[in-house]
Write a protein that binds this ligand. Sequence first.
Ligand SMILES: Cc1cc2nc3c(=O)[nH]c(=O)nc-3n(C[C@H](O)[C@H](O)[C@H](O)COP(=O)(O)OP(=O)(O)OC[C@H]3O[C@@H](n4cnc5c(N)ncnc54)[C@H](O)[C@@H]3O)c2cc1C
Length: 443
Amino acid sequence: MAPTDARRAVVVGAGPSGFYAASQLLDAGFEVDLLDALPTPFGLVRAGVAPDHPKIKTVTRVFDKVAGREGLRFFGGVAVGRDVTPRELVERYHAVVYAFGTAADNRLGIPGEDLPGSHAATAFVGWYNGHPDHAGATYDLSREHAVVIGNGNVAIDVARMLVLSPEEITPTDTADHAIEALAASSVREVSVVGRRGPVEAAFTTPELLELGELSRADVVVDHADLHAVPDDAGRNVEVLRGYAARPPREDASHRVVLRFCWSPVEILGEGRVEAIRLARNEIVDGRAVATGEEMELPCGLVVRSIGYRGTPIDGIPFDAARGLVRNVDGRVVDEDGALVPRTYVTGWVKRGPSGVIGTNKKDSAQTTAAIVADAQAGVLAGPPIPDADEAAAWLLTRAPGAVGWDGWTRLDAHEVAAGSGAGRPRVKVVHLETMGRIAASGV
Ligand SMILES: Cc1cc2nc3c(=O)[nH]c(=O)nc-3n(C[C@H](O)[C@H](O)[C@H](O)COP(=O)(O)OP(=O)(O)OC[C@H]3O[C@@H](n4cnc5c(N)ncnc54)[C@H](O)[C@@H]3O)c2cc1C
């Protein structure tokens, strides 16, 4: 139990790391206000995890239980940096925990990167998942060839979404606008381009195996990419060898081509993406070294999936090089390494975009252990902290449309009901105004 003079915490971001931190703080005797910029909880479980992976999304049941615990209040639609400031939070809570994830992409830094038709994976993933910030976007899917840059699971998700058949996509919670656009898509071939080789690729084996089981898309791997790879190079390489040995599927109308050891050097086109120029690498001690060979791949869409990074918020020390909140094991520090009083961080914006959903539990445990230790050491005693009612009233003056857990429950029920007739888990509401209206009224 936390000492009575240090018992109110605010967690900023209701994704997995925020929920795990909230749960652990409740266990330690804190009262927790959980804020999210969106009216909906669950972060990337709702807006990142691929819609054709519904089992992974069932982790939200764990978070539902946390939300139902005494001492937790949810405020959806309150953004730090927009509605409230870090300084205001630290004046009102004994401990402030940032869990706001990494909403931006790493850039390639090559010419043509900003041509129409070249997109960040965050935006494309947010679009097909109905994230309100990306719902209004349009993607030109009128060309046959698309290129996804990157060799992680997100790159595979994007490639898979581009070749799934309507029968595979329609029963999911993919946003309606994306179901429609993907059904009309002319994309037939998606190249997934990696700078390094099959051994270095960050895909996990289940995601790689899934590519071999798509209803209408073949997966293509060039034998030559595997020649120099030792036999015992791991399960991924085994799977890739299997793909390379497979005869082309005659019934496949679509293809996912895994191209290893190519670096993008320029995105080409007059007014829009028409091709990408790639430079061949060889792998020396695990590093990609250019060989001088180049090729041009015609394409109408480029999706860059080379890692997510955090976006800085005024008043929170930020390591711009790494795209993370500056911290030592979850305690936020300034540029000189001095502790920022009563301020903590967890999840992707603490350690970077790595690991699975469960990895955030352990990460949050490190952060919350630091909070409990600081509480016990008396470090959390700060200015007079207003009580819970005052804090709630203050939050609601700053974000008058804020949605509580009951509001989210109404929106959730609405989405699930809309999906049930069509055999879908839910039909997502993607416009903030409509979300707010349904959350408020249940209509
Ligand atoms: C495309 C994709 C697919 C993935 N698929 C899988 C998978 O299949 N299996 C798996 O285990 N993991 C998967 N992951 C990883 C998993 O989603 C992450 O590990 C996890 O979501 C990170 O949790 P987080 O809480 O740190 O961040 P997030 O989930 O990003 O949550 C951050 C939350 O903070 C909120 N926020 C942002 N800014 C503010 C602000 N200023 N004020 C208030 N709130 C704010 C956001 O709205 C969001 O709800 C995937 C990730 C991506 C990107």
